[in-house]
Design a protein around this ligand. Sequence first.
Ligand SMILES: Cc1cc2nc3c(=O)[nH]c(=O)nc-3n(C[C@H](O)[C@H](O)[C@H](O)COP(=O)(O)O)c2cc1C
Length: 308
Amino acid sequence: MNAGQNSNEMNQTSVGRDLYARDLLLGYAILAPSCYNTQPWKFAADDKEIKIFADEARWLKVADADQRELYISIACALENLLIAAEHFGYSHRVSHSEDEKAVVVQIGFSGKSSTFRGQELFEAIKIRHTNRKRYQIRPIPSETLALLQDVCIEDGIMIKMAEDEETKEKMSDLVSQANALMFSNPAFRKELGHWYGQGAFGSPLLISKICQMLITQFDLGKLQAKNDSKTLMSASVLAMVCSEKNERSTQVQAGQVFERIWLKATALGISLQPMTQVLRVPDLKKEAASLFSCSDDYPQQIFRLGYA
Ligand SMILES: Cc1cc2nc3c(=O)[nH]c(=O)nc-3n(C[C@H](O)[C@H](O)[C@H](O)COP(=O)(O)O)c2cc1C
């Protein structure tokens, strides 16, 4: 065996190792939350970089006309990927390709990794889930809320929180109005029904198909509003991630912060449910922004927190 053969074998080994690592990271990325569980992402990867694209075939054209939720979902997958990269000791550099409409993550398999994203976030990736139940009437201690706030280090991204009954009641009213408007639109019901029918919300196939039929045929807005109001009022905290700008790259950063809070909350034993309804109706979105004193900023995601 000569020296050339040796280095060739080493290259093959390192390429094999890097491809394995890449697949490992993608395995964590796809555990991210997404609107209606559409998982609207596509990946293109080689042994140096991973590109994440919006899968427009999975875009909610009616509910998410401006694609905000699409990019927040992609950002959640991106954040999982970065958390996993740091856990396995890989360096990363994120850039945004406007031409390709992609988020590009360059992965360094031998560079020095950042350690900003803690081990508890990595461990939470596999257990994070959406909790739609009513939460216990129990406050979240202020020092715990401070830990959640600390996950946001991005300039121009803010996490606003409200615990008072008045804000919850006003938000509940906005959610009811949003439900009434959306469910009165047959195109919205058809789209929601379609994803129910695909089993996107985790129900067995027969139940999913029955839900699809009911949602598509009937305006269940009042029923949904009643349920949303009860769950919302049971929250210990209502929160909003908002941003100073509204560019795609900013929305992606806001989504990364949202996923980081969700994982941190999971690690702290706190449940979370995104509550997106209000953000789908422009006038109500403005009212929600003013409720959280961020009328000059852009609301990117609303959610509730509490102990289940
Ligand atoms: C951008 C975005 C918006 C969402 N909006 C809502 C919502 O309004 N109500 C809700 O119950 N869940 C919402 N979800 C949660 C998804 O439905 C959930 O992530 C998906 O069904 C997968 O389930 P899991 O989070 O338990 O893994 C949202 C998730 C994302 C990323």
